[in-house]
Design a protein around this ligand. Structure first.
Ligand code: THU
Length: 147
C-alpha cells in the first residue's frame, strides 16, 4: 500500500475509536515486512487510566496477524472522529507508553521501525524512526544478561 493509503487506513480506523471521555480519536495502521496491514484505534474506559492507545491496539492485532517481529511501518493519525471523516490539523505522535511498546517490536526484529505521523485531516506526513522517538530505550535486547 502507498503511504497515502496507509494514512487513509489510520484515519479510517480512528473512526472506530471508543473515546467518549477525551473526544480524541486516534487510529493506527501497521504494515508488515510482507505488506500485510492491520489497524487499531484507542479504546477508553470509565476508569480513565485503563484506556488503551491506538498504537497498542494495532500492535496486538499485528502480533495476531503476522508477529511483532515483522512490524515494518506504523502510521498514526488522530483528531475529531465525531463526523463522517477524521478532522483536525495537529500532528499526533505516539505517547511515551506507545513508544516503549513499539520498541519491543523494533528490538525483536532488529529493525529501526518507521513511524509516520499524520493529523486528523491527513495532510501531514511526519517521518520518524523509533530510535529517534525513544533514544537509549530499554527493551528485550537489554535483558540479554538476565540470569
Ligand atoms: N492516544 C492514542 O491512542 N495514542 C497516542 O499516541 C496518544 C494518545 C489516545 C489516548 C486517549 O484515548 C486519547 O488519545 C487522548 O489522550
Amino acid at each position: 500500500m502507498t503511504d497515502q493509503e496507509l494514512i487513509a487506513a489510520a484515519r479510517s480506523a480512528a473512526l472506530k475509536a471508543y473515546a467518549p471521555y477525551s473526544g480524541f480519536s486516534v487510529g493506527c495502521a501497521i504494515e508488515s515486512v510482507d505488506g500485510d496491514v492491520v489497524t487499531g484505534a484507542n479504546m477508553e474506559n470509565a476508569c480513565y487510566r485503563l484506556g488503551i492507545c491506538a498504537e497498542q491496539s494495532a500492535l496486538t492485532a499485528a502480533q495476531h496477524a503476522f508477529g511483532l517481529d515483522k512490524v515494518a511501518r506504523i502510521f498514526v493519525a488522530g483528531g475529531d472522529g465525531s463526523g463522517d471523516e477524521l478532522t483536525g490539523a495537529q500532528t499526533v505522535t505516539p505517547c511515551g507508553g506507545c513508544r516503549q511498546a513499539i520498541l519491543e517490536a523494533a528490538q525483536l526484529s532488529e529493525r529501526d521501525v518507521e513511524i509516520i505521523c499524520s493529523n486528523g485531516e491527513g495532510s501531514v506526513q511526519e517521518r520518524h524512526r523509533i530510535s529517534m522517538l525513544i533514544p537509549h530505550g530499554f527493551g528485550p535486547a537489554n535483558l540479554a544478561d538476565a540470569g
